[in-house]
Design a protein around this ligand. Sequence first.
Ligand SMILES: [Zn+2]
Length: 90
Amino acid sequence: MDEKLDGNAAGGVLREIFPFEMTVAQITCVGCGATNAIGAVAAYMHGMGAVLRCPSCDYALMRVSHANGQYWLDMRGARVLLISEDAVQA
Ligand SMILES: [Zn+2]
């Protein structure tokens, strides 16, 4: 059974892919238009990665998996990803 956490739980696998702190990036939901920090959305961790879900409408914002030497990132639920310059330069 997947455990519901917040998006900070996915920070580890996201940090393996992105060269900056993704949990402070703002993500806008395709389903309802809500914008939240990735660290503040719902995260369901599983053996190979995580599913990030909108806290307002439960739409799947981002799915990230790491298996067989590859990262698989499905972002069809993210309308916009807003990354602050400060996060990139930190
Ligand atoms: Zn939503």
